[in-house]
Design a protein around this ligand. Structure first.
Ligand code: FUC
Length: 787
């Protein structure tokens, strides 16, 4: 064994022997993964790997542009011709009839776009029949994963890293005694493999697997290169056999046609990345991967105190089960889950060039050729939620793939706007795929005909500017999309009772009971005009356009139109028990505990219903939220995460904390992937959880940097450092006994700083009593303590 190998094994053993992983940082287990939901995820933003650590390892592999097929034009050619008719039916109270005309004539054909598919798996047959003293871990800080176990008196270790700078995955396999590694290595895929060949020619041990989606597009080539020290390697068919080695390193890449115009170009890139990886070697790749990962993940540190006794020192699966009966004992599980949300975003969403792809419904990890909801981009909550914590937890770079896909979808959506609605600008409905397919998806009145998907996505653009102050981004990336989103809305909305109104539309994904005289009374329907969420989205979009115009000094027609339209957007209405109304009238509810909180967009992620902006709307939002919870809302991981954020926005830290605990008792799978209360995994809740918890400690959406807006009484003492507030402020907060100890605010941009502490406490900034917004200097540091 070389010295490096020895040191590595020694470190792994040291972890194993002490059994003391930091319970806020590591997910770890004493048994091998039994399925996808217990295997541990790494990723470099484009390639994903899930390691099982079973005796015969199967690392699940993904490349984020390998989807089920090429772009499908699914636009329904009848849409435009029925639009006016459907609208008039809705206006005149024929709700049932409107749905019956809208669905067959506007739904896409076929109903579904393409879906995300697996790349395949890396199989490692060690010939081991048992695993003693097994230990496996995921480090949410470094972004790597590994395991060790004993077989026949030899300690075996596996480690997987995802390296973003070079763009590869790599593994190191080791035995503690020289010459004890014998491994059969292969790549496999259940469908559509074109070729799969192992070779040792020219001294390079490699397996190359090529495949496609059944047709030629997308096409991909994947390659594993194997370097064995202290043994020999032979090739037969698609398998490489290593015998008598002590250390084996595997370097892996895959490149797909989504990003390359020819197969040859994709293969050239594959060769380039792998030759760079092998010439650096495992240790250098590992060091670079960790440096890159920790530079991002390490920006934020959350400390909510220590768990009681040894609660946080148990393996993660045990902690999850203990937490169900004893949530108060293991506060560090909140911190671990928080850190997991940031690890998973960094692993599944990086700028990998012009056609980067954002985290989909499963992030980047999927081993199913027919995954739940196609593992697509659902854009009536899920993709948005994936990025809620990106800006606030100091990972703004991870949003680049979001903008890339939005730009692709804009081009597609402009054709859809013209074909379906006779409008300029762009329209998206409630799902898109990697090609930005803008046509309506599935076939149901509560979800299919919803034309504001592009508007919701577009509201993220101005948010990015608010956090980063990046004017080049605002001008070059954001403005063309905002302009196009607004152009669609100017054309598509119509005046109804004095307000610019959407329709046929819906309130994702709720339905209501058709009132008497509005056709089939008592039936459940979803299609209507002027749902509250649409109004809130239009309000946000037009406000964003006006803000962008001011910042960029623009005078284009969108700037004046947005002002005109904004003045005619219907404000949220309240109903019989004081609640925010979901629709234009108070329909009977089909599902009082509906998981989507669509009418509360203005509470979170919007700001229309914030207590400091409108106490009456905030209180109506609270009434609806309480009503939803009373009847069982928050019953999927993502829904519960949204609930956390909403209670935090209402400054109700204790209700938010109840939902934090309910979340952890109900939704995490063994590997901490979020679920909808059991498999399949869906990653939005991981991200939403981190976003929601962040809102407890820092908010900045209402022109105020609000420190400790919703501190739960269960976490009286703690700290969080490195969060980001709008206006470009880095914020570190320490609190004890339920009140602010001190906050340190670093101004990145020199913006004006308006502050609020907790429930309006008096405080000082740099020794001066705070009496109103203060000017800051870029780089300036502002210390806040209570008066
Ligand atoms: C929406 C939700 C479902 C699920 C799916 C991916 O349809 O209502 O719960 O999250 O997206």
């Amino acid at each position: 064994m070389g010295l490096q190998g020895f040191i590595f094994s020694f470190l792994s053993l040291a972890l194993l022997v002490s059994g003391q992983y930091d319970g806020s940082r590591y997910a770890w287990y004493t048994s091998a993964a039994t399925d996808f939901n217990s295997a541990l995820p790494v990723g470099n933003g484009r390639l994903g790997g899930l390691m099982y650590c079973t005796p015969t390892e199967r690392v699940s592999l993904n490349e984020n542009s390998i989807w089920s097929g090429p772009f499908l034009n699914r636009l329904n050619p009848n849409a435009k011709s029925v639009l006016t008719e459907v609208r008039s039916m809705l206006e005149s109270g024929n709700i049932t009839g409107a749905g019956q005309v809208a669905l067959p004539n506007m739904a896409g054909n076929p109903n579904s776009p393409q879906h995300y598919t697996p790349l395949g798996q890396l199989n490692l047959d060690f010939g081991h029949s048992s695993q003693g003293s097994l230990n496996r871990w995921l480090d949410t800080y470094q972004g790597n994963s590994g395991c060790s176990y004993i077989y026949n008196g030899v300690n075996y270790t596996r480690e997987i890293i995802a390296n973003y700078p070079t763009g590869v995955l790599a593994m190191r396999l080791q035995a503690s005694q020289a010459g004890q590694l014998n491994i059969k290595i292969s790549l496999s895929r259940l469908q559509n493999v074109i070729s799969n060949t192992a070779s040792t020619s020219g001294g390079a041990n490699s397996i190359v697997m090529k495949g496609n989606s059944g047709g030629s597009n997308p096409y991909f080539a994947a390659e594993a290169q194997v370097i064995a020290s202290g043994g020999s390697v032979s090739a037969s068919g698609s398998t490489l056999s290593v015998s008598g080695a002590t250390t084996v390193d595997i370097f892996f890449d895959a490149e797909a046609s989504y990003r390359y115009s020819t197969e040859a170009a994709a293969e050239t890139e594959l060769t380039r990345k792998l030759s760079s990886a092998t010439s650096q070697g495992y240790q250098a790749l590992r060091t670079a991967a960790i440096a890159d990962n920790t530079a991002l993940v390490g920006r934020v540190s959350l400390n909510l105190g220590s768990s009681s006794g040894s609660a946080a020192n148990q393996p993660t699966d045990k902690r999850l089960s203990n937490y169900k009966s004893n949530p108060g004992n293991d506060v560090q599980l909140v911190t671990l889950m928080y850190n997991m949300g940031r690890h998973l975003l960094v692993a599944s969403s990086r700028d990998t060039g012009p056609l980067s792809l954002p985290a989909n419904l499963q992030g980047i990890w999927n081993e199913d050729f027919n995954p739940a909801w196609g593992s697509k981009y659902t854009i009536n909550i899920n993709l948005e939620m994936n990025y809620w914590h990106a800006e606030t937890t100091n990972l703004a770079e991870t949003t680049k793939p979001f903008w890339d896909l939005l730009a692709v979808a804009k081009t597609r959506g402009e054709l859809a706007a013209s074909s379906m609605y006779g409008c300029s600008g762009f329209v998206l409905h409630h799902n898109i795929d990697c090609w930005g397919d803008p046509a309506p998806v599935d076939y149901g009145t509560p979800y299919t005909i919803w034309p504001l998907g592009g508007v919701w996505l577009s509201t993220h653009l101005m948010e990015h500017y608010r956090f980063t102050g990046n004017k080049t981004f605002l001008q070059e990336t954001a403005w063309p999309i905002l302009q196009s989103a607004a152009d669609f809305c100017f054309c598509y909305t119509f005046l109804w009772n004095g307000y610019y109104t959407t329709g046929p539309s819906l309130s994702p994904e709720n339905s209501f009971i058709v009132p008497s005289n509005e056709s089939k009374a008592g039936n459940a329907e979803g299609i209507d005009i002027s749902p509250t969420m649409d109004n809130s989205l239009l309000y946000q979009l037009f406000s964003d356009v006006i803000e962008a115009c001011q910042i960029l000094g623009l005078t284009s027609s969108e700037c004046s139109n947005a002002k005109n339209y904004l003045s005619k957007i219907k404000p949220p209405q309240t109903g019989s028990y004081g609640q925010i109304l979901e629709w234009r009238q108070e329909y009977g509810e089909t599902e009082p505990g509906m998981r989507h909180l669509s009418p509360l967009f203005g509470l979170y992620p919007g700001s229309q219903m914030t207590p400091t902006v409108s106490s009456s709307l905030a209180s109506a939002a609270g009434i609806l939220l309480d009503h939803r919870i009373k009847y069982g809302s928050g019953d999927t991981g993502w829904s519960r995460a949204w609930v956390i954020a909403c209670y935090a926005r209402l400054f109700n830290g204790n209700s938010a904390w109840n939902s934090v605990q309910t979340y952890l008792q109900t939704f995490p799978l063994t590997n901490l992937f979020n679920s909808n209360n059991g498999p399949p995994m869906q990653i939005d809740g991981n991200f939403g959880f981190t976003a929601g918890v962040t809102e407890l400690f820092l908010q900045s959406h209402a022109n105020l940097v609000h420190i400790l807006p919703a501190l739960p009484s269960s976490v009286p003492t703690g700290s969080v450092t490195g969060l980001v507030a709008r206006g470009g402020f880095k914020v570190d907060i320490h609190w004890s006994n339920g009140v602010l100890g001190s906050a340190t605010i670093t101004s990145n941009l020199g913006s004006t700083l308006a502050l609020r502490v907790a429930n309006g406490s008096s405080f000082q900034v740099n020794g001066q009593t705070y009496s109103g917004a203060i000017g800051t200097k870029a780089g300036g540091v502002y210390n806040v303590i209570l008066q």
